[in-house]
Design a binder for this molecule. Sequence first.
Ligand code: SDX
Length: 428
Amino acid sequence: MTDQATKHAKLTIEGVSDPIELPIYSGSVGPDVIDVGKLTSQGYFTYDPGFVSTASCDSEITYIDGDNGVLLHRGYPIEQLAEKSDYLELCYLLLNGELPNSEESAEFVDTIKHHTMVNEQLRSFFKGFSPNAHPMAILCGVVGALSAFYHDSTDIDNAEHRKITAHRLIAKMPTLAAMSYKHAQGQPFIYPRNDLGYAENFLHMMFATPCEDYQVSPTIAKAMDRIFLLHADHEQNASTSTVRLAGSTGANPFASIAAGIAALWGPSHGGANEAVLNMLDEIGSVDNIPEYIKKAKDKNDPFRIMGFGHRVYKNYDPRAKVMQQTCHEVLEELGVEDNPVLAMARELERIALEDEYFVEKRLYPNVDFYSGIILKAIGIPVEMFTVIFATGRTPGWIAHWNEMISGPYKIGRPRQLYKGYTTRDYPN
Ligand code: SDX
């Protein structure tokens, strides 16, 4: 909990003689915060629908400077992590606060490898889902159900229980993600293999069959690892805030992460990568882009350019730049750099970035704009895109949950501005 006020705000209210003095706290970087906790005792609530100007907690995990397109994980810029690190190393960094040395890294990778299998009884859960069930519906269900299997580590106040739970979730998400894909394909589940890297193992579980040996392209495995890395954490976004709110009730971490998965599914959040590809399919051709730009600007038209805009970034999302570069690398490696969908996306980006509506509202491509094009190029079906996002975001969710639970916290319980009926009597 924040402790030392660096200065104070004085709130004067008409008709109230004495101003209300509110402490102001400073972080290591970023905006100061005004502690409004005492307003309730003065008969007031703050009002901030969508929490646009609300800091919900202290955190040391990730910092975003939206005006300057900066994203730091434990102080390290995302561009440097994307170039020099890998996904499991970032998982360790998010969970522990420091990069692992070579011994710590080897131990962490080995630990994760040895938790990738899921209880065999979980396989029967999948039989209950219809063949055309959306894989996000399956993931919500089976991740929540994991809590039915781990009665050995349910004490959230026990740091060792929290640690094993973090390892289990990071390790098992790719397995469950691949199983949700295989279920839809009507193909047998492929077991994880301990001789493969994290992303390589996921792609092998996705695309291998028992019928023949399947080799994962190292370029595609590296692109998949980069995509997981770019999605690993993002401060107090909607799904992470959902995980914190669910966890603040003392709910077990599997249930809290399942709540985060559900929140991520929406097209305004993690569902945007799937929505980008559906949007590009709907636009159909570069010639139709001006018509859709016009629709996006029309207040009476619900259409929005998916993959554009962000609550925090009012500059380029730094992840989008790395994703764009990865997109070119993968498409070049696959020999499909003249990919028509990419051509349409790039033209849409060019036109939008020149249009005064997007310039004035500071709308730039976000992490979801290019990720879907890469995923489609490496053969991931569109309905699996948000499942990939959820898999990548798991270390961020669990790191924020652990940060909250390992320190003093309160149950999250916002108030409201009530506009309904005042007391009235039930008719005789
Ligand atoms: C993610 O929070 C995170 O960190 C999320 C995320 C993460 O890693 O966790 O970064 C991942 O969710 C990225 C965002 C993915 N969503 C999309 O790409 C969907 C399209 N984008 C929008 O729906 C929107 O930009 C949001 C939801 C992302 C942000 O919405 P805000 O902050 O509530 O902003 P807003 O909707 O009020 O938009 C401000 C203005 C509005 O116009 P006015 O009412 O001021 O006239 O910009 C317009 C909007 O109409 N606008 C768009 C637009 N996005 C915003 N107009 C056209 N196309 C768009 N994409």
